[in-house]
Design a protein around this ligand. Sequence first.
Ligand code: NAD
Ligand code: SER
Length: 319
Amino acid sequence: MTERILIIGSSGQIGTELVMKLRNMYGNDNVIASDIRPSSEQIMQSGPFEKMDIMDEQLLRSIVKKYTVTQVYLLAALLSATAEQNIELGWSLNMRSHSHVLDLAKDGLIKKIFWPSSIAVFGPTTPMENTPQYTVMEPNTVYGITKQAGERWNEYYFNKFGVDVRSIRYPGLIGWKSSPGGGTTDYAVDIFHQAIQHGKYESFLSKNTGLPMMYMPDAIRATIELMEAPAEQVKIRSSYNLAGVSFTPKQIAEKVSKHIPNFEMSYKPDFRQEIADSWPSSINDTHAQNDWGWKLEYDLEKMTSDMMKNLKEQYKITA
Ligand code: NAD
Ligand code: SER
């Protein structure tokens, strides 16, 4: 049977890249992009796009039926910093969108779901280094609370209703093809743009704040590998830890300096510092490695070089 895949949140940082990757794999017409706002020109022109507010459950169901969708990737959400500034929308969007999609599978309309969790699912009482899969989880941001509740919801729907839902606790994601959408880890993308354009950057996190991050090609590959894994290998239905690469603003600034001579980094922590301080510095992803063969490809050095190469081309800088 042909897979028909609906990506909800296709205009965001992950959706912009994931839609094109899945269209290459499954065929343009079999991957339906969807968002409350238009997606990239490449997405809009290469295949179907449906404008949809994920809060509208009836519209979601009519789109799923129209295209006989078999899989849904739910990417629409408010991220950590934005949700902290609008807690009611953060809670309602992140929770209701999830229920709407899980219920599609419960009611037999679709077969498989991807829903991302985050390092934000952990909190200040979690062990901060090499954070294990199973540990204390007391998130203290509205975003983290929705991810924690969402993980429990995933496992509940899997156990009670047999819903094939799969999930990754993404670290902060870094890519050059799209802009981040209001997270605490966004500095690690902004630094590249500011360094190339202006030769300096003011970080909103302090210099020694270590956080787990991941380059987008690794994140997209992990997502697809998890979704393609045989169901019996997906032993964790709440969400899988993925380690990525951990670094501080100071450490990434040192790598950027190798590509931008005289690069100047300064630090002016804002409200996002408190969020970052509640998250782990490094993650243990042994379960993902053992269950479905996960292996990281990009370390900080390799990621920095690739970001620089692609963004310099994008900004038409030859040096
Ligand atoms: P993003 O903010 O870049 O994109 C989210 C998209 O959802 C946007 O295009 C937005 O227009 C859309 N959207 C918002 N409200 C909507 C609505 N009512 N109906 C339909 N669409 C709506 O987010 P992202 O970085 O692509 O993240 C996607 C998912 O991955 C989220 O669940 C996020 O929590 C998770 N995640 C992301 C990161 C990261 O670093 N980017 C890390 C951990 C987890
Ligand atoms: N990168 C995300 C954020 O900062 C983590 O989920 O919100």
